[in-house]
Design a protein around this ligand. Structure first.
Ligand code: KIV
Ligand code: NA
Length: 277
């Protein structure tokens, strides 16, 4: 299979083929996604919550993002790799936004960058796109703005909010974004925008009618203490198994049940016999 590009995803929308996206933060997870044939892998700034143990995505830095993007890059050949622009890497100025998006492509090898925000981010989207870096927009519940949103909750349920999302999507597409993530918006709104806009829509908590779906991989594999959020489906629950494996090892080292003879390396008894102390 040859590497998937942003134009390939636009073509999938036109063919009404669903687009499969997941987050990843490390090499083995990326390898599994390559083998499973997902279309696109997002190194999300959810890195902060799910892997680095921060309380939100706000503290995540460019260097942390690049570090994990490089690991994921090494595991992928085919899926489109998308790098998430962390908080304050693109809000301060258009030139900083282009420089940081450029780092993601140049150092991280991404084929697209993602940033949060509506029409107010159009100048950044336009400049990054014009620099030759495809942009995925992200509206609805935008976790980097959790302080202004007043918590993690569904967006765009009233007329004004829904209309703003339609207008934001149009402005972002006009500025050059070919893809957009809708996070936690009503299914009917996501369906209507998907049907009426050429932009490729990727939903998370946005219903079944988006052009594609994305989830945080830790939520689908249960690699977290908390229960998966409402919008996710959990396919395996790894955290209890991880804890059990660590508990068993702990007990077996303490009881000398581990290591067993087969875990060790032998030498000739004749050599042992000649050792002097
Ligand atoms: O950071 C992330 O994982 C994301 C997805 C939830 C879209 O932005
Ligand atoms: Na994100």
């Amino acid at each position: 299979r040859k590497p998937i590009t942003v134009p390939d995803l636009v073509q999938k929308k036109q063919n009404q083929e669903k687009i499969v996206m997941l987050t990843a933060y490390d090499y083995p997870t990326a390898l599994a996604m390559e083998r499973a044939g997902v279309d696109s892998v997002l190194v999300g700034d959810s890195l902060g919550n799910v892997v680095l143990g921060y309380e939100s995505t706000v503290p995540v830095t460019m260097d942390e993002m690049i570090h994990h993007i490089k690991a994921v890059r090494r595991g992928l050949k085919t899926p489109l790799l998308i790098g998430d622009m962390p908080f304050l890497s693109y809000q301060v100025s258009v030139s900083q936004a282009v420089a940081n998006a450029g780092r993601m492509m140049k150092e991280g090898g991404v084929g697209c960058v993602k940033l949060e925000g509506g029409a107010e981010m159009a100048p950044q989207v336009k400049a990054i796109t014009e620099a030759g870096i495809p942009v995925c927009a992200h509206i609805g519940l935008t976790p980097q703005s959790v302080a202004s949103l007043g918590g993690y909750k569904v967006q765009g349920k009233d007329l004004a909010g829904a209309q703003k999302m339609i207008d934001d999507t149009a402005a972002l597409y006009e500025a050059g974004a070919k893809l957009i993530v809708f996070e936690c918006i009503p299914s009917a709104l996501a369906a209507a925008i998907t049907a009426n806009s050429p932009i490729v829509t990727i939903g998370i908590g946005a219903g079944p009618d988006c052009d594609g779906q994305v989830l945080v991989v830790h939520d689908i594999i249960g690699l977290a203490e908390r229960k998966p959020p409402k919008m996710a489906r959990q396919y395996v629950n790894l955290f209890p198994q991880l804890e059990q494996a660590v508990t068993s090892y702990t007990q077996e080292v303490r009881s000398s049940d581990f290591p067993a003879p087969e875990h060790g390396f032998v030498m000739d008894q004749a050599v042992v016999d000649q050792l002097k102390f």
